[in-house]
Design a protein. Structure first.
Ligand SMILES: NC(=O)c1ccc[n+]([C@@H]2O[C@H](COP(=O)([O-])OP(=O)(O)OC[C@H]3O[C@@H](n4cnc5c(N)ncnc54)[C@H](O)[C@@H]3O)[C@@H](O)[C@H]2O)c1
Length: 350
């Protein structure tokens, strides 16, 4: 039996996930929900168009044949459709009631990062998931890259000393993104992927001390997020690190090599760089090994989620809600630290 999937939010990210789902024979896109209902039809058309430009004939047929029901309200979608799983793909400020409704309905839950905007909200959702035993997955697709898996394997049991997660990029077009109370800011919203890779490869974080400021995009109307931030991180295992992030690059400006979105790790007798889905290992005596990422990590994530819903076997999910919440917590602690001008220890004082 195919896994029947619904989506809440029919924006850009949902289109990306639907493009994967039409490639998965065991997935059926059964419903879409958006307060702006015409966006549901637009999403379907974009998926048909984009799939049609490819060569996967079965996916083209599935995209043509899909006939999801459209809803303006998640409760009506849950009442009106027989679903196995729901993807939540919303601007960050909308998290909360929608997840609780899906969990109450007993559906498997896929949440796009960031999982929430406050720790209180994230903890409530996580507790609800645990009480109901609902299967969950958070959209940290980089974990599914074969290169990231190779890096994680090579780092297992090796002492790690220094970790750097850096991202230099531009301002995304979605209007809510530049508003602090809607997106949480660029570290919580975007560089969360780098922070997640840090955690996935180097372990849990103990404390952070962050600075953030708005200095380069002061002429952008309506922008109130920091456009540069930098944090010093201490890991539970004793490693130290840096998180640095800007969204101030102009279109076409380009960023220096290997900092568009990269994690660098200095471990015992080995330096690892994960960037653009590839891993590079630098070893003593000038040895250097490149491990290119193979396949499509986002598709692998969606395949793992659909398989888990179908079989009940959760081991293929590399970031469940609890794990996604821990990554959010590090970025949230950085936000608080910058605001308070002092160190924040994970789990303390908020
Ligand atoms: N993993 C990734 O690489 C990645 C990439 C892009 C976006 N994302 C995440 O996906 C999420 C959505 O981003 P997006 O770019 O698709 O945003 P978007 O603005 O394109 O789409 C969001 C949609 O949600 C709808 N919406 C708002 N409130 C709603 C409600 N109460 N009920 C139903 N629909 C509602 C909006 O009308 C809009 O169509 C964000 O959390 C973002 O961080 C993840």
């Amino acid at each position: 039996m195919a896994v029947r999937v619904g989506f809440v939010g029919a924006g850009g990210r949902t289109v990306r996930e639907m493009l994967d789902l039409v490639q998965i024979p065991d997935a059926e896109i059964a419903a879409l929900c958006d307060i702006d209902v015409p966006r549901c039809q637009q999403a379907v058309e974009r998926v048909r168009d984009r799939t049609g430009q490819g060569t996967n004939q079965e996916a083209i047929e599935r995209a043509g044949a899909m006939n999801p029901a459209f809803f303006a309200d998640v409760l009506r979608m849950l009442d009106g459709t027989d679903l196995d799983a729901v993807y939540v793909s919303l601007p960050p400020f909308v998290h909360g009631e929608i997840e609780h409704a899906i969990i109450d309905a007993g559906k498997a839950l896929f949440v796009e990062k960031p999982v929430a905007l406050t720790m209180a909200e994230a903890r409530e959702i996580e507790q609800h998931i645990r009480e109901k035993g609902v299967l969950s997955c958070v959209g940290y697709q980089s974990r599914y890259s074969t290169a990231v898996q190779a890096a994680r394997e090579r780092l297992t049991g090796v002492p790690i000393g220094l970790v750097v997660a850096i991202r230099m990029g531009g301002l995304p077009g979605t209007p809510w993104w530049r508003v602090q109370s809607r997106s949480g800011g660029m570290l919580i919203e975007q560089h969360t992927h780098g922070v997640d890779l840090m955690r996935y490869l180097a372990g849990d974080v103990q404390s952070v001390f962050a600075y953030a400021n708005t200095v380069l995009l002061t002429d952008v109307p309506g922008l109130d997020i920091a456009d540069v931030n930098s944090a010093t991180v201490r890991f539970v295992n004793g490693a130290v690190g840096t998180i640095a992030n800007t969204c101030a690059l102009q279109p076409g400006q380009g960023s220096p090599p290997n900092v568009a979105g990269a994690v660098h790790i200095v471990a015992k007798n080995m330096t690892v760089m994960v960037s653009a889905g590839n891993a590079t290992f630098m070893l003593p005596e000038r040895r250097r090994e490149e491990v290119p990422g193979e396949g499509d990590a986002n598709l692998s994530m969606n395949q793992a989620f659909i398989r888990a819903v179908q079989t009940g076997e959760r081991s293929g999910i590399l970031s469940d809600y609890t794990d996604g919440m821990k990554t959010f917590e590090v970025t949230y602690a950085c936000h608080l630290s910058a605001e308070r001008g002092q160190e924040v220890r994970i789990g303390e004082g908020y």
